[in-house]
Design a protein around this ligand. Sequence first.
Ligand SMILES: [Zn+2]
Ligand SMILES: [Zn+2]
Length: 333
Amino acid sequence: MVLQMRQAGLYCPAGDFYIDPWRRVERALITHAHADHARWGHDHYLATPRTVAMLYHRLGEISAQSIAYDHTLTIGGAKVSFHPAGHLPGSAQIRVEVGGEVWVVSGDYKTEHDGAAEAFAPIKCHTFISECTFGLPAFHWQPQAQIFDEINTWWSDCAKDGIIPVLGAYSLGKAQRILAGLNSDIGPIFTHPAVEGTTEILRQSGLNFPTTRPVTKDVDKATLQNAIIIAPPSATASSWVKKLGPISTGFASGWMGIRGIRRRRAADRGFVISDHADWDGLNTAIAETGAETIYVTHGYTEIFAKWLSSQGYDARCLDTEFQGEEDAGEDST
Ligand SMILES: [Zn+2]
Ligand SMILES: [Zn+2]
């Protein structure tokens, strides 16, 4: 076995390392900086340069080494390389080769190119460990241009009515994707400090986003004329935002495609936009790996594994402690 499940997470015996472990380990290879994949407390981290920058921002003083995409590193008896996962800037699939056998761990991924994250690259392998957060046929994303039209129309309608739209989007990944799609001719873009922080780290890593300004104490109603505010979902319901005057709340997530969840979120508007692959995206990505064995994690694993088996794959569920950040509210700070 190139990789096996241990108590601390997915382990490679040949290289003596873990991938996205959930208990403290010596050497952790990290697919991306979302909290359920990149946990605190490991002795040593290995990740792409953008992910390493984000790990320093989120975890503070850690020992980390960066590895460029498509570069091969030998760790013990394993050859390791990182490849774009399209989930958020810096996110990676990790390829592990031992004695000619190749396994790929997808991490979280999205097949549609979003203009902010590096485009997803299919990697040939024998065994593919795939997330399936949205592994049901009901999940089918509309083209993102259409969703951005909806968001920009909502913004300009609010501006006309003197209302401030406050859009809930996770501070790492979703927020920057939204920024890249906003029409800044409508008005100024303001951010919650958590969103400003992660965006600034990504700017320093060489990415361009429209000008933003954090909502600080000196920001008043006049300053916010025609503005939109991007904030972590949990912050859209807090008193912080209600003080700003009449607002309209929105939430941007794949889960907005499910009516019950939209109601629970109590947002005025739901925009169905996800940083995970939809049903077609998952099936295409899996077929393109050429893998015969598929392990599935995150979300609708049993249903999705059954579907893959019916399509002729050797498919199994993998029990992990990833939460699927879209529902976990990891950015509640
Ligand atoms: Zn993620
Ligand atoms: Zn995840």
